[in-house]
Design a protein around this ligand. Structure first.
Ligand code: NAD
Length: 492
């Protein structure tokens, strides 16, 4: 591709009922390329009326979509995967320009979405009801799995296309229709996805709206004709969604939320692999902007100083810069607001007596980032009793906080001390210890001697404030169905 900007510089519309439409109010939002802090396009700023139209279209489509045999709906999802696959280069560039992550890694997101859609299509026949024994021979009892209807799907900024596309598989296969709302910071690839959906799916089956979460997202969540909400985003918005969803009707809400995930390194761990694992666990190639990032590092005191020094050197060696260049490790933070938030945490660390900067630090242009929103991978260390929010709150940026621990019991207690529980990573060669920590750490996903990657087909999701529900495996498919029981009496 000679000019990736050509993908972006065009008229952007939303997809409702397979038609390309502007926002009904005519308003638009600026699209800012975070690598240069410049406005590169505009997207529709949808209104509540647009949400109503999209929900109505999805409601109409639902009647015929649910009536299709599941195998036909699955075939449509295969076609959707195919069309995404054939546009993967364009979609990667849209995400890089919109979101700031290096093109090198964003080229992986469309293939990942395709793989997840195909995975869901492949396991679709496993979704089935059951036959339950009855008290007599002249009856039979069975369940069937019914769809909900219109699903409101709200996704975050960090993997725009991957979340928007891959999360269509489960609701569609199980007979639901979808109204999709991407982040207002990164809507381009989802808007393009809407156009691609319109080329392969019947009208109204997938509708894509762009706009602000606080207005159209909220309207979608409260809409009485949307019985199922699936949200991926922050704890703060997730809590609000759980509350707002219940204002006009009872809904099923699944929440994939944030984390401040522990990574624990014992002295018997394979040292080089553990250092690699800590770096990989921070997902620096997305600037640390990943829910699963293991951003709370606990290293046994006996190896702490050496380990942290080695880790700091590894982090300092990562190249930070223009995400369009092919050899960049770390790109730009998604938006000025997110940049300022991360910078705020770095300032907090620098100002606190008990916190030591090991790698990275404050960007030179922290007060006025006109050349783009770049932050170097930053490592702080502090003692366990250091009371600083930097060590407790999800930063959602390239900032890692390390502290030493002395005993297994202590580190489990500290790992579980936060109200969050999405992922955890444990590094040890002692099988018993690995099993104990796997059992005792409160989180939805545990890696032992590994970090970051999701194994295809495994359930992903959080405990405590990190969420409700599981995605990426068979549970995601089931979560878009509700069982109906039938008792048939055929005797006299
Ligand atoms: P966010 O919560 O700010 O926004 C997520 C989405 O919600 C966006 O589309 C936004 O427009 C919309 N939204 C905002 N306010 C809303 C409202 N009142 N009603 C309805 N929708 C609203 O999150 P973000 O900044 O885009 O993403 C970062 C967060 O997402 C982090 O906390 C991260 O941990 C989390 N996340 C979780 C997972 C997971 O699988 N658990 C995956 C990725 C990101």
């Amino acid at each position: 591709m000679n000019d990736p900007d050509a993908f972006v510089q065009r008229n952007w519309t939303m997809t409702i009922d397979n038609e390309q439409v502007a926002a009904s109010g005519g308003a638009a939002l600026d699209v800012v390329d975070p690598s240069s802090a410049t406005v590169v396009a505009q997207i529709p700023d949808a209104t509540a009326d647009d949400v109503d139209r999209a929900v109505a279209a999805a409601g109409r489509a639902f009647r015929s979509w649910r009536a299709l045999p599941q195998a036909e709906r699955t075939a449509y999802v295969w076609k959707l995967a195919q069309v995404i696959d054939s546009h993967s280069e364009e979609l990667a560039w849209l995400d890089t320009i919109d979101n700031g992550s290096p093109i090198r890694v964003m080229r992986g997101d469309a293939p990942l979405a395709v793989e997840q859609l195909r995975h869901m299509a492949g396991i679709a026949p496993m979704v089935r009801g059951e036959v339950i024994p009855t008290p007599n021979r002249s009856s039979v009892d069975f369940t069937v799995r019914d769809p909900f209807g219109v699903v409101g799907r709200i996704v975050p900024f960090n993997h725009p296309l991957m979340f928007a596309a891959s999360k269509l598989g489960a609701p569609l296969i199980t007979g639901n229709t979808v109204v999709l709302k991407p982040s207002q910071h990164t809507s381009l690839s989802a808007l393009r996805l809407g156009e691609l959906c319109a080329t392969v799916l019947p009208p109204g089956v997938v509708n894509v709206l762009s706009g602000r979460g606080s207005s159209i997202g909220d309207h979608l969540v409260r809409h009485p004709d949307v019985p199922r909400i699936a949200f991926t985003g922050s704890v703060e918005v997730g809590l609000r969604i759980q509350r707002e969803a219940a204002t006009r009707r009872v809904k099923v809400v699944s929440l994939e939320l944030g984390g401040k995930n522990p990574i624990v390194v014992f002295p018997d761990a394979a040292r080089d692999a553990a250092v690699d694992g800590v770096v990989r666990g921070m997902n620096f190639s997305w600037q640390g902007q990943s829910c699963g990032s293991t951003s709370r590092l606990y290293v046994h005191r006996s190896i702490f100083d050496d380990f942290v020094a080695e880790l700091g050197a590894r982090m300092d060696a990562l190249t930070v810069g223009d995400p369009r260049k092919p050899d960049i490790d770390v790109g730009a933070i998604v938006s000025r607001g997110q940049f300022e938030s991360v910078v705020g945490y770095i300032r907090q660390g620098l100002a606190h007596d008990g916190v030591r900067l090991v790698a990275g630090g404050l960007p030179q242009d922290a007060d006025d980032p006109r050349g783009g929103y770049y932050i170097r991978p930053t490592l702080f260390s502090c003692e366990p009793d250091c009371d600083v929010s930097l060590a407790r709150e999800e930063i959602f940026g390239p900032v890692l906080v390390a502290s030493p621990f002395d005993s297994e019991e202590e580190v489990v207690g500290r790992a579980n001390a936060l109200p969050l529980g999405l992922t955890a990573s444990v590094w040890t060669r002692d099988l018993g210890r690995a099993m104990r920590l796997t059992r005792d750490i409160e989180s939805g996903y545990v890696w032992v001697n590994w970090s970051s990657t999701h194994i295809p087909g495994t359930p992903f999701g959080g405990v405590k404030d990190s969420g409700v529900g599981r995605e990426e495996g068979i549970e995601e498919l089931y979560s878009y169905t509700q069982s109906k029981n039938a008792y048939i009496h055929f005797g006299e």
